[in-house]
Design a protein around this ligand. Structure first.
Ligand SMILES: Cc1cc2nc3c(=O)[nH]c(=O)nc-3n(C[C@H](O)[C@H](O)[C@H](O)COP(=O)(O)OP(=O)(O)OC[C@H]3O[C@@H](n4cnc5c(N)ncnc54)[C@H](O)[C@@H]3O)c2cc1C
Length: 345
């Protein structure tokens, strides 16, 4: 008979991407923990493509800290692949199509200054865009399902809805809130200027796509399996209901028609989720500035796959050695600041 698990003083609330990465770092560090999760129903992580794209947006901006974060994320997910026995990480490149002449100029200017190195690759043969190298995709639904099964079997995970952080501290010394949208409504962290953006994505049946290429021109098309791709994602700032809409579907179908150049496809799925963002575009992690038994990882925005492993590692370094959180992600950076101050960088 195996030895009983030591009683855990630390509770992770929510097993979306943030909670999964945190719980895995705790497990590999040998720190006793438990997780409570309500069952993934509204999890943004299930609607997320899990794309890591080094150059994003109309202004072609290199993702914050991508040079250091990408290799660390790759090692993290590849280790989890072997532990969980499921494929999670896929190296990809992005076929980035210009929306207009302005984007072509922006690329030329940034390339001349070396701002996009080493990720901006060759021009497309068609001349209407360029290759983004070293992108990747993490299978987030696959990760959540496999990790849930592991921790249910080991007794680490309780399938339940947590009523509040305060109630949980009656039993645990440290409670780390990884509830995504639900966590952003938590009273204790109401000093954080959370922002929201609903996103929708489609699953389509389509053949003949290059398996290792994301097509990106405003929206994107991600091949996920033979004959299957995802099309995403819409952005609706301020919308907090994760519901699918006919308008969202129509917009994504129109983009798919353009990006696929007339190739036939059929819609086989439609999902929605809400991204939690922060005005300075960085995520949030750390202890509550006044109630040290409350902690958080949230505000992963549209880049959770890139950021979550590093934030989880910071938590473990903090718990084991008292290492302070990086000031640029520390949740306390918003404490006592007005909304206007919070958005200035
Ligand atoms: C359409 C769309 C596309 C996206 N595409 C990408 C992408 O390509 N790349 C990328 O990196 N990011 C992408 N994102 C962003 C990504 O989804 C998020 O950054 C990330 O998944 C957030 O994870 P989370 O763990 O913070 O929250 P969630 O995934 O929402 O997880 C929260 C968890 O907490 C649980 N929970 C909630 N309340 C309770 C409670 N009271 N008790 C117990 N458990 C509770 C929920 O059940 C859930 O499992 C996308 C988002 C959307 C909406």
């Amino acid at each position: 008979m195996s030895a009983p698990r030591p009683r855990a003083d630390l509770l992770v609330v929510g097993q979306g991407l943030a909670g999964t990465c945190l719980a895995w770092e705790l497990e590999r560090a040998g720190i006793p923990f438990e997780i409570v999760d309500a069952g993934h129903g509204p999890a943004a992580s299930l609607a997320a493509a899990g794309i890591i794209n080094p150059i994003t947006g109309r202004r072609l901006v290199k993702s914050w800290r991508i040079d250091a974060l990408r290799p660390a994320a790759r090692a993290f997910y590849q280790e989890l692949e072997s532990v969980l026995g499921v494929p999670l990480w896929r190296d990809l490149r992005v076929r980035r199509q210009f929306a207009d002449e302005r984007e072509r100029r922006v690329l030329a200017e940034k390339r001349a200054k070396g701002e996009l190195a080493p990720f901006a690759g060759a021009d497309l043969a068609s001349g209407d865009g360029f290759w983004i190298e070293d992108a990747a995709r993490v299978d987030l639904p696959g990760l959540l399902a496999a990790a849930r099964a592991r921790w249910l079997a080991s007794g680490h995970l309780r399938s339940a809805t947590s009523s509040s952080l305060a109630t949980e501290t009656e039993r645990y010394d440290l409670v780390i809130d990884c509830r995504g949208l639900a966590g952003a409504r938590e009273e204790a962290f109401s000093f954080v200027p959370w922002e929201f953006s609903k996103g929708e994505m489609l699953e389509i049946a389509v053949t003949g796509l290059a398996p290792d290429e994301i097509i990106n021109g405003g929206h994107w098309i991600l091949p996920v399996a033979e004959g299957l791709a995802w099309v995403g994602a819409t952005h609706q700032p301020g919308v907090v209901q994760p519901s699918t809409t006919s308008e969202g579907r129509a917009a994504l179908e129109a983009s798919a028609r353009t990006l696929l150049g007339g190739k036939e496809f059929a819609v086989t799925g439609h999902r929605a989720g809400v991204r939690v963002n922060l005005p300075d575009k960085h995520p949030a992690a750390g202890r509550h500035p006044l109630q040290a038994r409350f902690g958080v990882i949230n505000g992963l925005g549209a880049k959770g796959a890139l950021h979550a492993p590093a934030l989880a590692r910071q938590w473990v370094n903090h718990v084991t050695e008292g290492v302070p959180f990086d000031a640029e992600v520390e949740v306390g950076r918003f404490f006592g600041r007005s909304a206007a101050q919070a958005s200035s960088r």
